[in-house]
Design a binder for this molecule. Sequence first.
Ligand code: CA
Length: 230
Amino acid sequence: MSTPRILVVEDEAPIREMLKMALERAEFEVLEAADAQQAQAMIFELPPALVLLDWMLPGMSGIDLARRLKRDSSTQEIPIIMLTAKTEEADKVRGLEVGADDYVTKPFSPRELVARIKAVLRRAAPTSHQESLSVHELKLYPSEHRVTINEQDIHIGPTEFRLLHFFMTHQDRVYSRNQVLDQVWGSNVYIEERTVDVHIRRLRKALATQGYDNLVQTVRGVGYRFSAKN
Ligand code: CA
């Protein structure tokens, strides 16, 4: 397996240096950018395996860059972990809503950061080659990381893709948020249950663009169920 290349976007040189050392120790290849403009240019030239993106940057903010990358079809598959000094829950949710795959709040331990990066990379890795899954006109191609409805591509992030894959292979059963977390994110990763709601909302929104607005159902007081039966 090749060494995953991580782009670190952080304006404060000492923090950037600390991140570089921690990631290199974990055997990642590290590229550095001091601001969002420089990062954007580097990403378009040579897409990294993952972007570690500081929220507070001079000029274009980290959140603005995350939004841009997730809107562009050539970069939207690249996982992003936001680094944030903000501890407000609303800010974390906002980060996830623009498309970030995870966030780490400063100060953090290098070990925690490396664990998060590995978890996000695992989630983003293509699943094994197999036939497409389908529910009516909704099709998911695991090896291509592609989802279509009526042959129209549906743009979803890597986490929504994993979520949809899980649901399509586990239909008509109710899962609690915790069970969804264990199945989709892995049981050894600490993520708040609200994160599930954020990604479910994004997945629903994407499916609704092609008229599939009732596949992911909320089961009050229990959790979620994916069903094509109404
Ligand atoms: Ca900063």
